[in-house]
Design a protein around this ligand. Structure first.
Ligand SMILES: Cc1cc2nc3c(=O)[nH]c(=O)nc-3n(C[C@H](O)[C@H](O)[C@H](O)COP(=O)(O)OP(=O)(O)OC[C@H]3O[C@@H](n4cnc5c(N)ncnc54)[C@H](O)[C@@H]3O)c2cc1C
Length: 322
């Protein structure tokens, strides 16, 4: 971004925009170089103006939820990282849009801001005895990130519970997309480039007192037993290939405990790369490539990363600034 563009961004977003901000604190890996501009969006109106402006000027942007499925490279990110806050991270109960049969069955829908954390949604669900989302317990993301990734666990995926989403298009318009039109697949949602989810209507089911709390506790316990939650990570690094598990393949290739710099393939769950302290994104990437190559050599199976790698390495930055 040039000086004029930075000034215009400040005119639009005021104190909600900061420049040259380190991304490490906005990702669960705790790695990553600085982003040119970090914009904490609190108002839909301003966000729409900013998106339209960024597109007009061809400035790249990336919406970041909790940064729990992204690896930002050490040289940082070009353009703007957008975080959804305030009225874009709210929760509102609704009963509309359901048939009489659904209402009798005790279903209802709630409207949530895409910036709401999964943890806050689940607290609300537990306190209101609303079921359907418990399988997400322990996933440290936001609703927007979960929908964009079609987050799932224990054989369930969030896509099955999405009734509609509101997105801001590259032109800054708000468009509502019905759940039935959305194309969810394993850890993905097809969404047009530059579109940003602001709101989601989720379908929930009324439950008897204590049921939701008990399910959440059970899922959290199962995670704690199998995942290295004591270290920063981005969860599973690779998608599971058809009829197999990435973790099993990495473990059988003898890679548990393998280290590069501060990054390590977890001893507890081989599909997790953890930051044992001071890891850089390049360490994580080197381990990821090593695991992919060795598994391919030993089994013929090519693992596909689940985490999204963004930004540029220090070398690339040096080359560009010459
Ligand atoms: C300990 C741990 C356990 C995990 N367990 C699971 C698991 O069981 N199942 C699972 O599926 N995942 C799991 N994850 C991965 C991750 O938490 C999920 O993918 C989560 O849904 C990502 O949400 P986020 O808000 O952090 O998204 P981010 O990581 O910030 O973003 C992920 C992608 O979504 C896009 N995005 C984010 N918000 C929006 C938006 N509002 N509009 C459009 N695009 C958006 C981003 O641009 C990016 O491309 C785990 C991660 C950790 C650290």
């Amino acid at each position: 971004m040039d000086k004029k563009q930075k000034k215009e961004l400040t005119n639009l977003a005021g104190e909600d925009v900061r420049f040259d901000f380190p991304m490490a604190q906005y990702t669960t890996f705790g790695t990553g170089g600085p982003v040119e501009a970090l914009y904490e969006a609190r108002s839909l109106k301003v966000l729409r103006q900013v998106i339209a402006y960024l597109n007009e000027e061809h400035i790249p942007y990336l919406v970041v939820g909790r940064g729990s499925n992204i690896l930002v490279k050490d040289g940082g990110l070009e353009g703007v990282a957008i975080l959804l806050r305030g009225s874009l991270a709210f929760i509102e109960k609704e009963k509309t849009g359901l048939s009489a049969a659904d209402a009798q069955a005790g279903d209802l829908s709630i409207l949530t801001g895409a910036g709401l954390s999964i943890a806050d949604l689940l607290t609300y669900c537990r306190d209101s005895q609303l079921g359907g989302m418990e399988f997400l317990a322990g996933i440290p993301g936001t609703i927007g990130g979960a929908i964009a990734m079609n987050a799932g666990a224990f054989e369930k995926e969030i896509g099955a519970r999405v009734e509609e989403i509101h997105v801001i298009t590259a032109q800054g318009d708000v468009v509502v997309r019905a759940g039935s039109q959305l194309r969810f697949s394993y850890r993905a949602l097809e969404i047009e480039k530059g579109n940003l989810i602001t709101l989601a209507r989720l379908r929930l089911t009324r439950e008897a007192e204590g049921v939701v709390a008990a399910r959440i506790a059970d899922y959290l316990k199962r995670r704690k037993e199998s995942q290295p939650l004591e270290f920063p990570s981005a969860g599973s690094v690779f998608k599971n290939p058809p009829d197999d598990y990435a973790g099993r393949l990495i473990e059988n290739s003898g890679l548990k405990g393998e280290r590069i710099g501060g990054a390590m393939i977890s001893e507890k769950h081989a599909n997790f790369i953890v930051n044992t302290g001071g890891a850089r994104a390049k360490d994580v990437l080197a381990l990821l490539c090593m695991a992919r190559d060795i598994v391919k050599r030993k089994t013929g199976i090519e693992l596909e990363p689940e985490i999204r790698v963004v930004g540029h390495s220090n070398n690339e930055k040096a080359i560009r600034s010459k």
